[in-house]
Design a protein around this ligand. Structure first.
Ligand code: GLN
Length: 192
């Protein structure tokens, strides 16, 4: 059987766990390094990327997650996307630097704190409601990155090999198709 972990340092991790459970997947919350053991995939939730990074360092999870990501699928949403990017607009260095993407934080403008938009997500769903909360977007992708969705001309979901990411919050709706897609990735059924 497969088991997926949700990084539970900060942010919307309980909602991700619920969404994964709804796909009949075994889930556990990861707060410490040893809890990565035996997992087949990891979700990095939305929240606040700099706070989450600080907590990753505090609990020595940073290197452990980087190592985990060498072999296992990782799905990052919103702040999780920022943590996975190789380059962050206006910031000196990246965090985990897993995906060959450039991101811009709070990219939809300060006055637009949050909004919903119907998205066409390649291989996932063609009427998926994306909940955007102080969301980033992807400004550039490397050649190995597949763009899965755009909104208003901006890239808001992408995949690179065993890495999946979204600028919005699929865990905040009752629609579990995006999580189901990640589960299939973890099971090795969705190949690129
Ligand atoms: N703006 C947040 C950040 O920079 C991300 C927002 C979110 O995860 N909802 O980390």
């Amino acid at each position: 059987t497969f088991k997926i972990g949700v990084l539970g340092l900060q942010g919307a991790f309980r909602e991700h766990a619920k969404a994964l459970e709804a796909t009949n997947t075994e889930v556990s919350i990861v707060k410490r390094v040893h809890e990565l053991e035996g997992l087949d995939g990891l979700v990095i939730p939305g929240g606040e990327s700099t706070t989450m990074r600080r907590l990753m360092d505090k609990y020595e999870l940073f290197d452990a997650i980087k190592q985990f990501a060498n072999e296992k699928p990782v799905f990052g949403t919103c702040a999780g996307l920022i943590l996975m990017a190789k380059k962050i607009d206006g910031q000196k260095g990246p965090h985990l630097a897993l995906m060959d993407i450039n991101v811009k934080r709070n990219a939809f403008g300060r006055q637009v704190e949050s909004f919903e938009a119907e998205l066409d997500i390649k291989d996932v769903a063609d009427n998926f409601v994306g909940v955007f909360i102080r969301a980033p977007y992807i400004t550039e992708v490397g050649e190995d990155v597949e763009v899965l969705a755009t909104y208003d001309g901006k890239i808001v979901a992408a995949r690179q090999g065993h890495f999946l990411t979204a600028a919005f919050h699929p865990e905040l709706t009752d629609d579990n198709r995006f999580h189901q897609y990640f589960v299939e990735m973890v099971k090795g059924k969705v190949l690129v």
